[in-house]
Design a protein around this ligand. Structure first.
Ligand SMILES: N[C@@H](CCC(=O)N[C@@H](CS)C(=O)NCC(=O)O)C(=O)O
Length: 210
């Protein structure tokens, strides 16, 4: 097995899906969580002057989404064939758009603007995205346990990350409360949490603010 070194901050942020994919795959890696000083020192050596960055046997791979796709593909979490992979990509892409909407709210510094963004998120954005995901699920895998196929894939992991760790912070609701009116999505959420390796990771991972 290659040696993997993940470089990021002591936060979930754009590295957490990578960590979750490693956890589900049962693959060991170095989880390097830099503090500010270490980052100033390391930054010039990174490819894009940004993290996450993953070293695979010493070779650098940059961009969080490229990294988690690569690891998912390596360890059988990216579909059984090209058609499944394309469907997984569709789900990931929708959720990645939602993640960017969340970031807009959480990173906003001006209190009034933040409140406006949060309201819009609560009344429009969240429901729109849940509906898109419901439609996709109904079309790809009605009554299925996961978004695509019969087992958990990257699509479910990305979904779990955003709905478990991120959404409530932008919406101001309770964790996974946005899924209340969406039983099919909630079922996927609960099925992901039944995965022993993922469950163990969620329990043991460092507690961080973001
Ligand atoms: N498109 C990149 C964005 C990476 C990014 O924005 N990284 C931030 C942390 S979330 C960063 O490295 N910030 C430190 C800096 O720019 O000095 C990805 O998704 O990996």
């Amino acid at each position: 097995m290659p040696s993997y070194k993940l470089k990021y901050f002591n936060a979930r942020g754009r590295a957490e899906v990578i960590r979750m994919v490693f956890a589900v795959a049962g693959v060991p890696y170095e989880d390097n969580r830099m503090e500010g000083k270490a980052w100033s020192k390391d930054k010039p050596d990174t490819l894009c002057k940004q993290v996450p960055e993953l070293e695979i046997d010493g070779v650098k791979l940059t961009e969080g989404r490229a990294i988690y796709r690569y690891i998912a593909r390596e360890y059988g979490l990216f579909g059984e064939d090209n058609s499944e992979t394309a469907k997984i990509e569709s789900v990931c892409s929708v959720i990645e758009d939602l993640f960017e909407e969340i970031i807009k709210v959480t990173l906003e510094r001006d209190a009034d603007t933040k409140e406006k963004l949060r309201k819009r998120f609560q009344t429009e954005v969240c429901g729109n995205f849940a509906e898109k995901l419901e439609n996709i699920l109904e079309y790809y895998n009605a009554n299925g346990d996961f978004f695509v196929g019969k087992k958990m894939t990257l699509a479910d992991i990305v979904f779990l990350y955003v709905f478990h760790d991120c959404l409530h912070r932008a919406c101001g609701c309770g964790q996974a409360e946005c899924l209340t009116g969406h039983p099919n999505l909630k079922k996927i959420y609960q099925n992901c949490l039944k995965n022993e390796r993922l469950k163990t990771w969620l329990e043991k991972r460092p507690v961080t603010e973001h």
